[in-house]
Design a protein around this ligand. Structure first.
Ligand SMILES: Nc1ncnc2c1ncn2[C@@H]1O[C@H](COP(=O)(O)OP(=O)(O)O)[C@@H](O)[C@H]1O
Ligand SMILES: C[C@@](O)(CCOP(=O)(O)O)CC(=O)O
Ligand SMILES: [Mg+2]
Length: 328
């Protein structure tokens, strides 16, 4: 049995645009997914995922025959739910050369699913790390991040960046532009998160931006403008200028909103944070529903969010330097 954990993240800047080669700056936060993996020799993959929205289920199926699990939910819901774990195991089989190996996989996570905090990347990174170690193979962090990226790329229909997976694998604040992934020095940021209790489908939201970008030059320009905001944001981060970071986050939110990936509840939480005196606020991740990230050293934003209709949970998030971690 091998057990690994990996962190979720918030985007200070650059989600969606990063899929088209613009830079992005996500930061790992101290909310983690833990994945336990035990080898089985019958080739089956058995996944126990208490937090998955199919009401906490356990499925068992034979990965070698391609037969799906025997649960009573629609095919599309199931493939969306299982795709990341299945994909991670495919990568493990590929990188270890053990094509027929099966696993019992147990997932526990304190990252809400589909909410923009990178639950998918954390689960994939932790799963690949635990499963390879279970087979006696230790991957370098760069290789692990690359395999996790390939998983997200496959599940999200060929549209994904390396940002979430690299950030989850290494921890800390990172900068990703295409295949150039590096760690950044970041000050201790006063991060507050608001969560509307909802979720968005990353694959669908990414496809929506892609279509807009294909149809309208001004949508392509908007993606480019997000890249400009990120480049300014990197400078503000390096200078520890939290006020400027906040202004740029506000700008970034406006551009994401123009690309159609915000929602009424995300906008409401963003405005509640701004009205409470936050330096700035924006949605984080794919959008559609889920979380916003705000910067506020005072307790005002967290308090205001906790009284905002449509905000189900408001909490502070600590940046973490701990990326993927082997627990057993
Ligand atoms: N605790 C978990 N157990 C099993 N699968 C999970 C878990 N957390 C996330 N996932 C997988 O990740 C998907 C959500 O990823 P995504 O839509 O990219 O949103 P995000 O990465 O912002 O949380 C889920 O549908 C599921 O496939
Ligand atoms: C929208 C996107 O930029 C980030 C998605 O983040 P999340 O899965 O919503 O946490 C997609 C990607 O980078 O692969
Ligand atoms: Mg994701």
């Amino acid at each position: 049995m091998a057990l690994s954990s990996a962190p979720g993240k918030v985007y200070l800047f650059g989600e969606h645009a990063v899929v088209y080669g613009e830079p992005a700056v996500p930061c790992a936060i101290e909310r983690r997914a833990r994945v336990g993996v035990q080898r089985r020799d019958d080739g089956k993959l058995r996944v126990h995922a208490e937090d998955l929205s199919l009401d906490g289920f356990t499925v068992e199926y034979d990965g070698s025959t391609g037969n799906g699990p025997d649960v009573d939910v629609s095919e599309s819901l199931l493939s969306a739910a299982m795709g990341y774990v299945d994909g991670a195991i495919e990568q493990v089989r590929d990188v270890t050369g053990e094509d027929e190996v099966g696993f019992d996989v147990t997932i526990e996570s304190d990252i809400p699913l589909g909410a923009g905090l990178g639950s998918s990347a954390a689960v994939v990174v932790a799963a690949i790390d635990a499963a390879t170690r279970e087979l006696g193979v230790t991957l370098e962090t760069a290789e692990l991040a690359e395999r996790a990226y390939r998983t997200e790329h496959m599940v999200q229909d060929g549209q994904a960046s390396r940002a979430d997976t690299f950030c989850s694998a290494t921890g800390g604040a990172v900068r990703v532009e295409g295949d150039d992934c590096r760690s950044l020095e970041a000050p201790d940021l006063p991060i507050v998160i608001g969560f509307d209790g909802g979720a968005g489908d990353t694959g669908q939201l990414v496809a929506g931006v892609r279509d807009l970008r294909d149809e309208y030059d001004f949508a392509a320009d908007t993606v480019g403008a997000i890249g400009d905001v990120v480049r300014n944001g990197e400078e503000a981060l390096a200078n520890g200028d939290v006020e400027e970071l906040g202004r740029l986050m506000n700008f970034n939110h406006g551009l994401l909103s123009a690309l159609g990936v915000s929602s009424r509840s995300l906008d409401t939480m963003v405005w509640a944070a701004r009205d409470a005196g936050a330096h700035g606020a924006k949605l984080t991740g794919a959008g559609g529903g889920g979380c916003i990230v705000a910067l506020d050293p005072t307790p005002e934003t967290e308090t205001a969010l906790s009284f905002t209709p449509g905000c189900e949970d408001a909490f502070r998030a600590e940046l973490t330097e701990n990326g993927v971690t082997s627990l057993e």
